[in-house]
Every structure is written in structure tokens, then in C-alpha cells.
Design a protein around this ligand. Structure first.
Ligand code: NDP
Length: 255
């Protein structure tokens, strides 16, 4: 089987789903040549698991990237560009995110704006700044149609952001989280429509309810299982699924 993509960048890859994405990509039979594992503090104690993983796999390059800090994003673009030399970036996975359990009664504007900063402005700014490298990859020789091996932006979303489903609001109101992920979904749809002609695929993926710091121990799904599913879905994305909202098993979700 061919590699999913020659180069992949994952945001928020020091723990949870992001770390497992990097782990499984690096351990795959045909790993990407470049795996840019980005996080806020790759050298610090919060990056320890990632540092240990990178020590075992030369394909993993640690890059500092705070998704809400423009100079940090631009520094990451420069670092990635210098590794890739004259090649572009094939696959950008906007995974970094924050949750919030605020209810209508408890929420304050700061919490709401903070969720929007990370979950909406973050992926938009990261994609905007990496666009020249994605466009370069999309123009690569012999590339046609849409796929992750050509050029793609994957936004890790959640079913809780689906307006169509509006799941379990009384039990888990989570206004800042749901509203920011619904806005992120709109961003994905807009990007898919705008970037299709440039050869760049855009999709939103719900990873399932996963045992991570965010998903908590109560979650039914192991992170390994979720990420296996996500990577299988990514390998099968095409022109037909660009602009879709899919879950980790490939099922289509209502926006
Ligand atoms: P975790 O809380 O385990 O990890 C979140 C990651 O995002 C951490 O690496 C964190 O870094 C990073 N992050 C947060 N803010 C920023 C920022 N400003 N810049 C860069 N990185 C940042 O969450 P999960 O792994 O569970 O979630 C990953 C994605 O999956 C999120 O987008 C989430 O909304 C989505 N999701 C998760 C579900 C679940 O059940 N777990 C369900 C549905 C969706 P740091 O260590 O520095 O804080």
C-alpha cells in the first residue's frame, strides 16, 4: 500500500489523538517521509512522550506551533519549508482543540472567546499560513483529483458541533465547545469549496468519543482504535468526499 502522504503535519501532537496520529503514521509500513509533529512546547515536560517517540523515528520532526499565536505559526511554516526544500506539504491535520463544559448559566465571554480562538481562529490561521506549501504540493508532477497524498486539510471536529444532530444538549450543554466546533465546520465547508479548484481537499472528521484528557476515562473508545479508523478514512478520501463531515468509521454526519 502507498504511503498516505509524503509529508504530514499534525497540530496538538504532544498528547491524546494528535500524539497517536503521529505514532501510527510513523509506525505504518510505508510511513510518510516527513511527519511534522507540532505542539506548543516540544522541548518542555509536556512534550516528553513526543520527544521519546521522535527519538525512535527519524521521520518525525518536532516543531513548535501554538495555533493561536501568529508568530509561532509563521515560525513553524519557515521550519517546515526548510525541511521540505522545494517540495510542498501534502497533509495538514488541524487537531489541536480545547473543550469547555460551560452551561448557559455558567459561561462567560472569556471562556466562549477562548474556545473560538483555539477551535476556529486556530485552524483558519494555520491553514492560511500553510496554504502556499499546500498549493505547492497540489501542483506536484503527476497529481490529479483530490486526495490526502496530493494536498489536504483535515479539521478534527466533533459530533457535538452538529447542528443537525444537536445531541444531548440537556446532559452536556457545552455552549463554547459546540458553537466553536459548529463554526469550525462552516470553515471546513468554505475551504473545501474555495480550495477544490487548487487541488486541495478539505474534510471534517469526528474521532468518536475517545479516552484522552479531553474525552476522559468514561469514553468508550480507545485512542488507538479511533486513530486506526481515522487513518483508514483519510486514505480513502477523494473528490467525492471533499467537503464532507465524516466520523472515524467513514459514516457521513449531518452538519
Ligand atoms: P486533548 O485534550 O487530549 O489534547 C488536546 C491537544 O490540543 C493537546 O496537545 C493540546 O496541547 C493541544 N492544544 C490546545 N490548544 C492549543 C494551541 N493553542 N496550540 C496548539 N496546541 C493546542 O484532546 P483530544 O486529543 O481528545 O482532542 C483532539 C481533537 O479531537 C480536538 O480538536 C477535540 O475537539 C477533538 N475531539 C475529541 C474527542 C474526544 O472524545 N477526545 C471527541 C470529539 C472531538 P497542550 O498539551 O499544550 O495543552
Amino acid at each position: 500500500m502507498a504511503a498516505l502522504a509524503r509529508s504530514v503535519l499534525v497540530t496538538g501532537s504532544n498528547r491524546g489523538i494528535g500524539l497517536e496520529l503521529v505514532r501510527q503514521l510513523a509506525a505504518s509500513p510505508r510511513p510518510p517521509q516527513h511527519i511534522f509533529a507540532t505542539c506548543r512546547d516540544p522541548e518542555g515536560p509536556r512534550g516528553k512522550a513526543l520527544q521519546e517517540l521522535a527519538a525512535q523515528h527519524p521521520s518525525i520532526k518536532l516543531v513548535q506551533l501554538d495555533a493561536v499565536n501568529l508568530p509561532s505559526i509563521r515560525g513553524a511554516v519557515r521550519a517546515v519549508g526548510s525541511h521540505l526544500k522545494d517540495q510542498g506539504l501534502n497533509l495538514l491535520i488541524n487537531n489541536a482543540g480545547v473543550s469547555s463544559h460551560a452551561t448557559l448559566r455558567s459561561l462567560d465571554s472569556r471562556e466562549m472567546l477562548s474556545a473560538f480562538a483555539t477551535n476556529v481562529v486556530g485552524p483558519v490561521q494555520v491553514t492560511k499560513e500553510f496554504l502556499p506549501l499546500l498549493e505547492k504540493a497540489a501542483k506536484g508532477v503527476g497529481k490529479e483529483g483530490l486526495s490526502c497524498s496530493r494536498a489536504a486539510v483535515i479539521n478534527i471536529s466533533t459530533k457535538l458541533g452538529s447542528i443537525g444532530l444537536c445531541l444531548k444538549v440537556p446532559e452536556a450543554p457545552m455552549y463554547p465547545y459546540r458553537a466553536s466546533k459548529a463554526a469550525q465546520n462552516m470553515v471546513t465547508r468554505c475551504m473545501a469549496a474555495e480550495l477544490q479548484d487548487k487541488g486541495i481537499l478539505c474534510v471534517a472528521i469526528h474521532p468518536g468519543w475517545v479516552k484522552t484528557d479531553m474525552g476522559t476515562e468514561k469514553a468508550p473508545l480507545m485512542v488507538e482504535h479511533s486513530v486506526q479508523g481515522i487513518l483508514t478514512v483519510l486514505a480513502n478520501l477523494s473528490q467525492d468526499t471533499s467537503g464532507a463531515f465524516l466520523d472515524w468509521e467513514g459514516n457521513t454526519l449531518p452538519w
